[in-house]
Design a protein around this ligand. Structure first.
Ligand SMILES: Nc1ncnc2c1ncn2[C@@H]1O[C@H](COP(=O)(O)OP(=O)(O)O)[C@@H](O)[C@H]1O
Ligand SMILES: [Mg+2]
Length: 338
């Protein structure tokens, strides 16, 4: 395989006249790395993945996966890749073993080879004990792991993971992260989409932030965070009327001035915890009682706010508020993400 596992140049894919879902994306993914596409619902992540996995044709531009052109040789691309998504494509009426064996057979393994491979993968993803049970009895996290295993049956050179942990509880999310980290340690190249900065942060070597079909920032996680100016101390007041005075009290705590948003005063905190203790000291000296005080890391919302000047908007109804969704933007307290 070439050094670059994925290359796109000015890739465009529209839906009708109105929607430019992928609007001129150029990126390169080095072999053996994890590349994160970070963006909110409707940003164009799935469309881009669908073009790269040959499920959709681009309108213009160029894309190569494992050195193969996706338009000219889609069937060859399909042999080189694995895809696991937000909506696990497992057959509920089959057991874990049957699901994987079936895929092995479809990938031209012999019956015996397919069984061996299924056993290996179930073991690897902590599903060995559940292998004989119907997939419909699996939890959400188990299904995602089975789906991931299915994507790996044919030893793909490049693995695409489209929002692999959206909708999972925190424990299952961490299990899946560990599974992905193991794969990468073995040299698999992964292109991952996510709505969570935390997930991109943990898994991705490089991150492209996408909004409205375009890459609006790209770099390592620490490069992006530096661009954001690091953590923020938030002072939640009982009363918005106090906010102006409190902002004055806190002026000079860091180089950037505090900002006021309703009853919340935000102070850029840089890298350390010095700002937090200084904020506490000053509030105390000024006799201000805060309703809540916290330091938080930049969230995806902060990335968007900072890069685009507008909060990440929702293009479509999301499952963000769906029942059962216990994970999510834990770093963004209510009232902060608007
Ligand atoms: N099959 C389709 N037909 C029409 N519009 C679509 C279709 N698929 C996606 N879109 C639109 O393209 C944009 C990008 O969607 P998508 O790629 O699913 O984003 P993401 O995966 O980042 O949530 C959205 O505005 C979405 O409504
Ligand atoms: Mg999507």
């Amino acid at each position: 395989m070439p050094d670059l596992a994925v290359v796109t140049e000015d890739l465009v894919r529209c839906f009708g006249e109105e929607v430019r879902a992928v609007d001129g994306v150029s990126l390169s993914v080095e072999q053996g790395t994890v590349f994160g596409l970070l963006g909110p619902n409707g940003a164009g992540k799935t469309t881009l993945v669908n073009v790269l996995t040959t499920l959709l044709r681009p309108d213009s531009g160029r894309a190569e996966v494992a050195g193969i052109d996706v338009v000219r040789h889609p069937e060859k691309v399909r042999q080189a890749i694995g895809l696991a998504g937000q909506f696990a494509a497992v057959d509920e009426q089959l057991t874990g073993v049957e699901n994987l064996t079936l895929i092995g057979r479809l990938s031209h393994l012999s019956r015996a080879e397919a069984r061996v491979r299924a056993g290996e993968l179930l073991e690897r993803f902590g599903l060995a004990d559940a292998g004989g049970r119907l997939a419909k009895t699996y939890s959400g996290g188990m299904r995602r792991r089975l789906d991931l295993a299915a994507a790996l049956v044919a030893h793909p050179a490049v693995l695409f993971l489209d929002e692999p942990t959206t909708g999972l509880d925190p424990r299952s999310r961490i299990d899946l992260w560990i599974a992905v980290e193991d794969l990468v340690a073995d040299g698999t190249t992964v292109l991952l989409t996510t709505q969570y900065l935390e997930e991109a942060d943990r898994l991705a070597h490089r991150i492209a932030v996408v909004d409205h079909g375009r890459v609006i920032a790209e770099g390592t996680s620490s490069e992006l965070k530096k661009q954001l100016g690091g953590a923020v101390v938030e002072v939640h007041l009982a009363n918005a009327a106090e906010a102006g005075r409190v902002a004055e009290v806190l002026a000079g705590v860091s180089r950037e001035a505090p900002s006021v948003d309703g009853e919340v005063v935000r102070v850029p905190a840089g890298d350390g915890t010095a700002a937090l203790s200084e904020v506490v000291r000053r509030l105390d000296a000024a006799g201000v009682t805060a309703r809540a005080l916290q330091q938080r890391e930049p969230s995806l919302d902060d990335v968007f706010l900072s890069l685009t000047g507008h909060p990440a908007e929702q293009a479509a109804p999301t499952e963000r508020d769906a029942p059962g969704r216990t994970g999510g933007r834990a770093s963004s307290p209510e009232g902060v993400t608007r």
